[in-house]
Design a binder for this molecule. Structure first.
Ligand code: IMP
Ligand code: MG
Length: 189
């Protein structure tokens, strides 16, 4: 993909820039209320790279003292299907023992990636771990896991933008859109 983004590749805008902004404001207020009086430090973890936009905007709406950390995980499988077996490609730089962890993730799909990640983080004895994801596709779930905080429940469609990619591209769209199937078939030719 080269040059300007071809917005015609997007079949429809699923969540607009304004809707995202408004919902993150609400999530920020919810988190502020729930975490204002906790004992122990708060660590907000960005799951790279998809959560980058969500993480940056959410952190500014929370108005809490917190540490911002980054974690890279790669799950075996291909772009549109996860195996759920995760490998850490970049770990956080701080200890989470005794701290309150909030995971900022772009989307919960099968849920397998997050459920592996939860097990891994739990072994480090944090005071608590909660999941905050921008999008949730519950119809695709392959394990019993629901996000503690969720921006939008969406139907089973492949979405891009606001951090979510297709083949590494389109993360910088300011909205979440459904990619036209013709885009995949073009790549497969
Ligand atoms: P899960 O383990 O199936 O829940 O996988 C979640 C990960 O798959 C997300 O963090 C995304 O990187 C990717 N993913 C799932 N659905 C989509 C989508 O619709 N568009 C882009 N990436 C997606
Ligand atoms: Mg991806």
């Amino acid at each position: 993909m080269k040059g300007l983004i071809n917005h015609d590749d997007i079949a429809k805008v699923l969540v607009s820039e304004e809707q995202i902004k408004q919902r993150i404001r609400e999530l920020g207020a919810e988190l502020r209320r729930d975490y204002a009086n906790v004992e122990g430090d708060i660590v907000l973890i960005c799951i790279l790279k998809g959560a980058v936009m969500f993480f940056a905007d959410l952190a500014r709406e929370m108005d809490l003292n917190l540490q911002m950390e980054f974690m890279g995980i790669s799950s075996y499988g291909n772009e549109r299907r996860t195996s759920g077996i995760v490998r850490i490609t970049k770990d956080i730089d701080t200890s989470i023992t005794g701290k309150h962890v909030i995971i900022a993730e772009d989307i919960m799909d099968s849920g397998l990636t997050l459920s592996h990640l939860l097990q891994l983080l739990a072994s480090r004895n944090p005071a608590s771990v909660k999941i905050c994801c921008l999008l949730d596709k519950p119809s695709r779930r392959e394990c019993e896991l629901t996000p503690d905080y969720c921006g939008f429940v969406i139907p089973n469609e492949f979405v891009v933008g606001y951090g979510l990619d297709y083949d590494g591209f389109l993360r910088n769209l300011p909205y979440v859109g459904v990619l036209k199937p013709s885009v995949y078939s073009r790549e497969e030719e």
